[in-house]
Design a binder for this molecule. Structure first.
Ligand SMILES: C[S@@+](CC[C@H](N)C(=O)[O-])C[C@H]1O[C@@H](n2cnc3c(N)ncnc32)[C@H](O)[C@@H]1O
Length: 357
């Protein structure tokens, strides 16, 4: 069959196994870089299947390490794979893989947090945002210590259509600590509903594909791992700047067990807190006694729209941060207090806005 004949040509020639490579190059996992390797190619193949059809695709893989997932991506027929790896010890093994897949694997020794992915691929892979996603994917068994900052950065990129999303609605297939995967995909009122749930779901369709038990990794991490797939939405569910949405959501979830108006109050300077909170809740038509996890994305949209309206009317509001007001107040009190009082002691500084001294 022509199709299967074509598929067979994607497959890599015989190579040392990932386990043999690890031994060959004496690659001890570095805890600092959150290195937990997947050596079972059935599992890496399963992750890659969740990305969708990779036939002829362009792929950026985050943290390839010894290259197990990279092999599965290449075997799935990706035409152009660019891997970004911070630890130089993995580069020789990846070069071996690159020689086995001529012209299909490019290796970048760098940090994914600063790497300019928009410069790593040609503009002609782009698809207009309103059309189907481009044949460009980001895939990674992410280092845990960078996974949350990375997804927040990419969500902001999605909102602004920058970075990897300058090419269109680039899909992401990524691993997270199971708990983070659950937060990303949590529905309204669930125990895991959090800031991350709202920020991800207002911009993307998010699926928690499956869980990999910790014992499948070498060395075994203390937690299980979730594989999450993201497809950016054509139309974000909230049409306000990312920073504004992030600020509203951060404040709302500040007191997740209290009524939502408690967190919203902190969007406003103390002197006008009651009045402006009331106005914002009324404008948004959101019940102030709902708890943050009970808020749906339409509720958050109404709150963000109402807050944006107030910020246009009162331009100083957007830059107001209640923690800054507390800090200044605390400093003022401290400068007035006689020396030796509790505010001068190391433990006397403000721990939380709930416990002003
Ligand atoms: C959890 S391991 C996964 C390795 C491999 N993909 C696998 O599945 O076996 C994470 C990998 O990301 C790399 N890494 C850690 N921080 C990184 C960063 N900031 N940028 C790029 N790679 C990073 C580590 O060196 C390691 O190879």
């Amino acid at each position: 069959m022509a199709a299967s004949g074509k598929l067979a040509s994607f497959r890599l020639p015989p190579l040392p196994t990932v386990g043999e490579l690890i031994k060959l190059y004496k690659l001890r996992a570095e805890k600092q870089l959150s290195q937990n390797f997947l050596l079972d190619l059935r599992l890496t193949d399963k992750i890659v299947r969740k990305a969708g059809c990779l036939n002829g695709a362009h792929v950026c893989e985050v943290g390839p390490g010894p290259g197990g997932l990279t092999r599965s991506i290449l075997n799935a027929g990706a035409a152009d794979v660019l891997v970004v790896e911070k630890d130089s010890r993995f580069i020789p093994g990846l070069q071996l893989l690159s020689e086995a897949a001529p012209g299909r694997l490019r290796i970048v020794h760098g940090d994914i947090l600063t790497y300019r992915m928009d410069r790593g691929f040609q503009a002609n892979i782009s698809k207009p945002w309103e059309e189907d996603p481009p044949n460009f994917h980001i895939i990674g068994n992410l280092p845990f210590n960078v996974s949350t900052p990375l997804i927040i950065k990419w969500l902001e990129n999605i909102a602004n259509r920058t970075g990897p999303f300058a090419f269109g609605r680039t899909r992401l297939t990524l691993t997270f600590q199971k708990e983070v995967a659950e937060r990303l995909t949590a529905s309204t009122s669930s125990k895991q509903r959090s800031r991350l749930s709202i920020m991800a779901q207002y911009l993307c369709t998010v699926h928690n594909c499956f869980t990999i038990p910790g014992r499948a990794f070498v060395p075994k991490p203390e937690v299980d791992v979730g594989v999450v797939h993201f497809t950016p939405l054509v139309q974000p569910q909230i049409q306000q700047p990312f920073q504004l949405v992030e600020k509203v959501v951060r404040n709302v979830f500040q007191f997740r067990r209290k009524h939502c108006h408690k967190g919203i109050e902190n969007l406003f300077p103390e002197a006008r807190r009651v009045e402006l909170t009331q106005e914002m809740m009324q404008k948004a038509d959101v019940d102030p006694v709902l708890r943050p996890p009970e808020l749906t994305i339409p509720h958050i949209r109404a709150l963000a729209d109402a807050y944006a309206h107030l910020c246009i009317r009162e331009p100083g509001l957007l830059s107001y941060e209640f923690r800054e007001e507390l800090r200044l107040k605390h400093l003022a009190r401290k400068s007035k207090a006689p020396t030796g009082t509790v505010t001068d002691m190391p433990g006397g500084t403000l721990q939380s806005p709930l416990q002003p001294c």
